[in-house]
Ligand binder design. Structure first.
Ligand SMILES: N[C@@H](CCC(=O)N[C@@H](CS)C(=O)NCC(=O)O)C(=O)O
Length: 233
């Protein structure tokens, strides 16, 4: 069976890596089964080789594939049924969605949820998480995540191109979802499973879109355990 190395949290069932969620949806889209292997930051050296020190890593027989984008390309090549990209054009447009989310949306999500993501690390991982992120951000975690409401407002605003698109179609893929939508659900699951934050007004079209994505594949996303609410303020 396909193995997916996923990011572990201190709660055994809580998985919040946005990049890994992309791949869980991609596998479900293709009707493939997989086994998830959770790996803590402190266990990254146990990933199959080759790796770049990050998850997801997908192992399919003798093939080891790293990087969520490359894994999606691999899956479409090896399992052409139910394409994640039904044409070269759709793949090119998904590449834009990937770059947009990673350069614009991810830092806003990180500012909203960083203290919760930190709190989800087991003790042995918190030192690494803090040090690596503080080097990346150039400020402390508390400073980076010090104004989650401002980040949430920025996030809601930054989603306007998505919102306008959704006023004309149900998914970025059009009538049905494609990999662009799984990139988006990765972000939603990062927040849903990794933080106790309420992000959307229920009247927001993006909220309805999130709900549609959570319902796909027998509630794959919705059934995933989320950040224990009691940990939140
Ligand atoms: N470009 C990679 C990024 C993957 C990535 O950053 N994964 C994070 C978990 S969400 C990770 O493994 N980080 C390891 C670390 O920070 O040491 C992809 O799309 O798969």
């Amino acid at each position: 069976m396909i193995q997916l190395f996923d990011l572990a949290s201190k709660y055994p069932e809580v998985r919040f890596s946005p990049f890994c969620w992309r791949i869980k949806y991609a596998l479900a889209h293709k009707g493939l089964s997989w086994e998830e292997i959770p790996i803590y930051f402190s266990e990254i050296d146990q990933l199959p080789v080759p790796n770049d020190g990050k998850v997801p890593v997908l192992v399919d027989g003798s093939e080891v594939v790293i990087d969520s984008w490359d894994i999606a390309l691999f899956l479409d090549k090896k399992y052409p049924q139910h394409a994640l990209f039904d044409s070269d054009e759709s793949r090119s447009q998904s590449l834009f969605v990937k770059c947009w989310t990673e350069t614009v949306l991810h830092s806003l999500v990180s500012r909203m949820g960083i203290l919760d993501f930190f709190g989800l690390q087991k003790d042995a991982d918190q030192k690494y998480f803090r040090e690596s992120r503080e080097i990346r951000f150039g400020i402390t975690l508390e400073e980076w995540g010090g104004n989650p409401e401002a980040a949430r407002i920025g996030f809601i605003k930054a989603l306007e191109p998505l919102r306008q698109t959704l006023s004309r179609q149900n998914f970025l893929g059009g009538k049905g979802p494609n990999f662009s939508d799984y990139i988006m659900v990765g972000i939603f699951q990062w927040l849903r499973c990794g933080s106790g934050l309420t992000i959307f007004d229920k009247a927001d079209d993006v909220y309805a879109y999130q709900e549609r994505l959570l319902d796909l594949f027998d509630g794959l996303g919705r059934s995933a355990p989320a950040y224990p609410k009691e940990n939140h303020g």
